[in-house]
Ligand binder design. Structure first.
Ligand code: UDP
Length: 413
C-alpha cells in the first residue's frame, strides 16, 4: 500500500479550552439520541465536520463546497491531498494525512472532536472488486464499521456514503433473455427507490458484488443502531457522479479507472473505446456540482434527514455505455478536435477479458429522487451533455495545471 503523501497541516484548533455546551450548530446526534455532548473551546458559530476520505473525488468537492458555503470548520482526513488544492490553506480547513486502517486511535479522537462525521472512505472501483475482493470488504465494511461505532460511542451524527450498487441488477436479466420485456417495463424495473426496492445481487462466484454486499451490510448495521436509538444517521447512495478530478487516466498510472477515464484516454490517443459486453448496460450520470448541492442540504438539514436513506442522481441523464462513447466522441469533435488527429472508434470486449473472472454487471439503474425533491427541495440542474462537457473540459483544458495526480487508493464512494 502506498504511503500517505503530503504533509499534515498543523491543526488550527487547540485541544485546550473549557468544555462548552452545544450552540446552534451543535451536534445533532447528541440532541437526537439524548446524549450529553460537550465540545472543547471552539467557535460555536461553526459546525465541526470531519470528512473521512476528504481527499477523494467526492470528498474534495464536498470540502470545497462546505468551505465556500461557510459556517463549517472542516477536517479532511485522507491519504492524499492533491485534490484539495483549491482549499488547502483555507483558515477553516485542517487536512490530516492518515490511513484509516492503521490509525484507529486518532480517527476515534477526530470523531469525538467533531459534530458531524461524513464517511466517504471506500474502495470504489469495479476492477478492484474483481482483483482484490478481500481488501474491498476489509476496508468498506470492517474499517467503516469502526467509524460507525465511534459515532455511536461518542454520540456523533453520521452521514454514511453507500452506493447505488446496493440495488444490484434489475429484474429484467432474471426474467431471462428469452422473455420479452417491453421498453416501458424495462425502464420501470430500473427505477430504484430507497425504502421499497429490492436489492438483487449475483452469485458469490461473481465477486463484483462483494462491494455492493459490504456496503449493504454496513447500511443494515447503521439502520440497526438507529432502531436502538443509538445513532443519528443519514445514508447516501450516489448514482455515478462525475466531474473534474474523477479518477486518473490509464496512461498516468497502473490500474483500471472507471469508464469515463478509459474513454478520455481513447479520445486523447485516437485509440478504440472498449465496450464491455457490447455497451448495452446503462448508467445515469450526475455532475458533481449537483451532487454537492444535495449533500450540502443533507448536512445543513439534520432534522429532515434523520435516519433516512437518500438516492442522489440525475434520472434524466440515463444513457447506455455505447451512447456514452458516441456522445463523448461528438463533444470532443465539436469542442477540442484539431480536425487532423484520429477520432476513436469502438470495439466490443467481454467483461471477463476486460476485468478478469468474477465480473458481473449492473444492467441498469435510475435513481428515484422523490425523497430528495420532497424533503430537501433539491433538483439536479445539469443535463447529460453539460455533465459530460464540463467533466471533459477539466482534462482537455487544464491538463498542464492539473499535473499528474497519484492514484487514490482510498477514495470516495
Ligand atoms: N465499461 C466499458 N468500457 C470501459 C470501462 C467500463 O464498457 O472501458 C463498462 C462497465 O462494464 C460498466 C460501465 O461501463 O458496465 C460503467 O463502468 P464503471 O467502471 O464506470 O463503473 P460502474 O458504473 O459499473 O460502477
Amino acid at each position: 500500500m502506498a504511503a500517505p503523501r503530503g504533509r499534515t497541516q498543523e491543526g488550527r484548533r487547540g485541544s485546550g479550552g473549557s468544555e462548552q455546551s452545544i450552540g446552534i450548530a451543535a451536534p445533532v446526534a447528541g440532541q437526537a439520541a439524548g446524549f450529553t455532548v460537550a465540545r472543547k473551546g471552539r467557535d460555536l458559530q461553526f459546525m465541526n465536520v470531519l470528512v473521512l476520505g476528504g481527499g477523494g473525488f467526492i470528498g474534495s468537492h464536498l470540502v470545497d463546497g462546505l468551505l465556500r458555503r461557510g459556517g463549517y470548520d472542516v477536517v479532511a482526513y485522507d491519504l492524499y491531498r492533491e485534490k484539495l488544492e483549491e482549499s488547502i490553506g483555507h483558515e477553516r480547513l485542517r487536512y490530516v494525512a492518515g490511513d484509516i486502517r492503521s490509525d484507529h486511535e486518532r480517527v476515534e479522537r477526530l470523531v469525538a472532536e467533531s459534530d458531524l462525521v461524513i464517511d466517504l472512505i471506500a474502495h470504489a472501483n469495479p476492477s478492484l472488486y474483481v482483483s482484490n475482493p478481500l481488501d474491498v470488504v476489509r476496508l468498506n465494511f470492517d474499517e467503516n464499521l469502526k467509524v460507525v461505532e465511534y459515532c455511536v460511542e461518542h454520540g456523533r451524527r453520521l452521514i454514511q456514503f453507500s452506493t447505488c450498487e446496493v440495488y444490484g441488477k434489475t429484474v429484467a436479466p432474471l426474467i431471462g433473455p428469452e422473455a420479452v420485456v417491453s421498453e416501458e417495463d424495462a425502464a420501470r424495473y430500473a427505477v430504484f427507490s430507497e425504502d421499497t426496492s429490492h436489492l438483487i445481487l449475483g452469485p458469490v462466484g461473481k465477486h463484483r458484488w462483494i462491494y455492493s454486499c459490504a456496503k449493504q451490510l454496513l447500511e443494515r448495521l447503521v439502520h440497526a443502531y438507529g432502531l436502538e436509538d443509538r445513532l443519528d444517521y443519514t445514508i447516501i447512495r450516489p448514482f455515478n457522479f462525475i466531474g473534474p478530478r474523477i479518477d486518473y487516466l490509464p496512461s498516468e498510472q497502473d490500474g483500471n479507472p472507471r469508464v469515463f477515464s478509459h474513454f478520455l484516454q481513447a479520445l486523447k490517443d485516437g485509440t478504440r473505446m472498449k465496450l464491455v459486453d457490447g455497451g448495452g448496460q446503462r448508467r445515469a450520470y450526475t455532475l458533481i456540482d449537483d451532487a454537492i448541492e444535495c449533500i450540502a442540504r443533507i448536512v445543513g438539514r439534520p432534522d429532515a434527514c434523520r435516519r433516512e436513506i437518500f438516492n442522489i442522481g440525475s434520472p434524466d441523464n440515463e444513457l447506455s455505455i455505447r451512447e456514452l462513447a458516441a456522445r463523448m466522441i461528438e463533444i470532443y469533435r465539436r469542442r477540442w478536435w484539431d480536425g487532423v488527429g484520429r477520432l476513436p472508434t469502438t470495439e466490443t470486449v467481454s467483461g471477463d477479458a476486460f476485468y478478469g473472472e468474477g465480473y458481473d454487471d449492473s444492467d441498469r439503474r435510475i435513481p428515484d429522487i422523490t425523497k430528495a425533491r420532497t424533503l430537501l427541495g433539491w433538483e439536479p440542474r445539469f443535463g447529460i451533455d453539460e455533465v459530460l462537457e464540463r467533466s471533459m473540459a477539466y482534462w482537455f483544458e487544464e491538463p498542464l495545471e492539473r499535473g499528474l495526480v497519484e492514484k487514490p487508493v482510498l477514495t470516495g464512494a
